[in-house]
Design a protein around this ligand. Structure first.
Ligand code: COA
Ligand code: AMP
Length: 631
């Protein structure tokens, strides 16, 4: 490892307070923190606890104060609708201050929760920043989730207000938000007081005043709002992510650490300066969208692209190259699945050759393991470094990465590079001892975690402690397994819980099982993620019927698929439910999901010593073959 990176990393681990105090000098504080890290109640560490600041001030006002108000903050490009728009920092501030006034008029104040359920339009970003301006806590819900998921987030956050839009556009399909919201409000026990709905042109929907008002109406008497002074440990947002049950976990982000860490990452990890154009092709409903479409680039003061489209089909596999060349994008961040989709449609890069990508310097991939084939294909096509980096909703920024702004490190295909400054990553064995280099184990991070990571779960301190901080005392358990090699490179191999990664989207197989179990003919079931060339993993369900069920298997399978779509949402990409006679179990009754997955993926497996009846595995293999899962 060369010295610059090594030294910076070392200081961040041996003296984190000194390291982050220095970094915190780069952000705007109403009151500078004097205490950098409060360690009074582990594992509840608090960064910058006596500092006061504001998220929106650091995203917008600071740049205007510094004379950069005319610089483009946000570029919106929607190949689906044909709309394009640019917002300077001054213009964006004007829109955000006004919408903050609209929120205020609806009684929203410091600490209130606001759900944002919107497509990828500038108003979604404006709503997020407006919440920050007046100290409200936003909770963005991804548009691909169904009413049930929206309802569980409304209930858990006890949101006072919901901001939505009349519709979103998926290739070949209009997503009508209003019926989804109506259904969610029926299902939720907590009822938000107001709904503000952005009417997309040509797709206006009927609203029931006075509870439901349009975005434009909400702005009618709104005054511009200034940024309110917030404590560094107040919360900026809640982002729900899949847990091991159907109840999602509310990951919270505190204000001060979020600003400090994310701003630092733009230069140090991504090598982005103020004058650069940056693009994260994700969705604001995910953590990548929160951190790298909205917050980090705006904290940095560069230009960020908001893209309402897909890597393929909007209209073709050249969509990414078009954006990069049109706006002179320097770096792109997306999920490997997007590149697999492009590679599948245009393996020779015919679309690529139509565009001038001379501005383009690097591609960052995360969200799932980047398979070496995809990385090599992208490198050959783009002729720029392709960087796999690893992170989680819990951390909001990369745990391991090639820190290109500090010092370029060599690529090892299949590894997400070294730990980023701030993260002391270890691999532990089940007896809590530290694994040797190259030895597999649970990947953990020594506490305290750096700023910007989750200080707790929304209203669930105990769940935070029990889920993440208890199995290995003094460490944060990432629930990823893998190893660290002799050079300190981290290799993320699999999850250790029931989370699967479908097209870079994080899903819980447990939550899908809960839905399938609700079908009246289903006695028991197992859901597993099997390998998929495009999406990385795909969920499949194996269901055992109750005795005496008369309905035919095909009808039951179809109903199960529809139930998952209705209850979790299209994003689950759940298309296969196979009726089987029985599930393989251990003698103590545990379903052998891991073994079934290995059979489906044609991996070698050992006959589990505790299996109750080995013949079931042969039956399962046969069922998978009949259903074209095993070819
Ligand atoms: N609102 C409503 N529905 C949505 C949605 C949204 N914001 N996003 C996706 N969906 C729907 C899709 O329309 C699709 O529905 P369908 O079953 O009716 O076809 C379903 O959810 C699955 O979507 P997706 O996983 O996106 O699959 P896809 O086949 O439509 O597209 C890719 C495949 C690879 C092109 C797509 O997954 C992609 O662009 N991925 C980029 C990576 C990414 O954004 N990752 C996020 C974390 S970084
Ligand atoms: P999310 O919280 O949705 O960002 O998902 C986080 C999970 O995605 C991690 O715990 C990993 O399992 C997986 N993941 C993210 N990035 C990578 C990567 N670069 N390599 C392997 N797995 C990854």
């Amino acid at each position: 490892m060369s010295s610059t990176f090594k030294e910076i990393y070392k200081t961040s681990i041996t003296n984190p307070e000194e390291f982050w105090q220095k970094v915190s000098g780069d952000v705007f504080w109403f009151k500078k923190p004097t205490q950098i890290l409060n360690k009074d109640k582990p594992p509840f560490y608090k960064w910058f606890c006596d500092g006061t600041t504001n998220t929106c001030y650091n995203a917008l006002d600071i740049h205007i104060d510094q004379g950069r108000g005319d610089k483009t903050a946000l570029i919106y490009d929607s190949p689906i609708t044909g709309n394009k728009k640019k917002f300077t920092y001054s213009k964006l501030k004007e829109k955000v201050s006004k919408f903050a006034g609209a929120l205020k008029n609806q009684g929203i104040t410091k600490g209130d929760r606001v759900i944002i359920y919107m497509p990828m339009i500038p108003e979604a970003v404006i709503a997020m920043l407006a919440c920050g301006r007046i100290g409200a806590i936003h909770s963005v819900v991804f548009g691909g989730f169904a009413s049930n998921e929206l309802a569980s987030r409304i209930d858990d956050s006890k949101a006072k207000l919901l901001v939505t839009a009349s519709c979103g556009f998926e290739p070949g399909r209009t997503v009508e938000y209003k019926p989804l919201v109506d259904e969610a409000l029926k299902l939720a026990s907590h009822k938000p007081e107001k709904i503000i709905l952005y009417q997309r042109s040509g797709h206006e929907v009927k609203l029931n005043a006075p509870k439901e008002i349009s975005w434009d109406e909400s702005l009618a008497n709104a005054k511009d709002m200034d940024c309110v002074e917030m404590n560094a440990n107040d919360f900026a947002y809640i982002l729900y992510t899949s847990g091991t049950t159907g109840i999602p976990k509310g990951i919270v982000r505190d204000i001060g650490g979020h600003i400090v860490a994310l701003k630092w990452t733009m230069k140090n990890i991504y090598n982005i300066n103020m004058d650069d154009i940056w693009w994260s092709a994700s969705d604001i409903g995910w953590i990548v969208g929160h951190s790298y479409i909205v917050y980090a680039p705006l904290f940095k003061g560069c230009t960020t692209v908001l893209f309402e489209g897909k890597p393929v089909g909007t209209p073709d596999a050249g969509a990414f190259w078009k954006i990069i060349s049109e706006y002179k994008v320097k770096s792109l961040f997306t999920a490997p699945t997007a590149f697999r989709a492009i590679k599948k449609e245009d393996p020779e890069g015919k679309f690529f050759s139509k565009y001038d990508l001379s501005s383009f310097e690097s591609l960052f991939l995360a969200g799932e393991r980047a398979d070496p084939d995809t990385i090599k294909w992208a490198e050959t096509l783009l002729k720029v470094p392709v960087i796999d980096h690893w992170w989680q909703t819990e951390t909001s920024w990369a745990i391991s990465s090639n820190c290109t702004g500090i010092e370029m490190q060599k690529t090892k295909y299949g590894s997400a590079c070294r730990a980023v400054p701030g993260y002391d990553v270890k691999v532990l064995k089940s007896d809590s001892s530290i694994a040797k280099p190259n030895e597999m184990g649970d990947i953990v991070v020594k506490l305290p975690l750096p700023p910007g990571t989750f200080p707790t779960l929304w209203n669930a301190d105990e769940r935070y402690k029990k889920t993440y901080m208890t199995n290995y005392e003094g460490y944060y358990q990432t629930y990823d397994a893998g190893h660290i090699d002799d050079d300190g490179y981290i290799w993320i191999m699999s999850r250790t819980d029931d989370i699967i990664n479908v097209a870079g989207h994080r899903l819980s197989t447990g939550a899908i099982e809960e839905v399938l179990s609700e079908h009246q003919s289903v006695a028991e079931c197992a859901v597993l993620g099997i390998a998929d060339k495009l999406k990385g993993q795909l969920p499949i369900g194996l269901i055992v019927l109750k005795a005496g069920v008369k309905k035919d298997n095909e009808t039951i399978s179809k109903e199960c698929v529809q139930m998952v779509r209705d209850k979790i949402g299209p994003v689950a990409a759940f298309k296969v439910a196979i009726v089987i006679k029985r599930l393989p179990k251990t003698r103590s009754g545990k379903i052998l999901r891991g073994t079934i997955r290995k059979i489906a993926d044609k991996e070698e497996y050992k006959m589990p010593a505790t299996i109750d009846d080995p013949a079931i595995l042969k039956e399962i293999e046969e069922d998978l073959r009949k259903n074209n899962i095993l070819k």
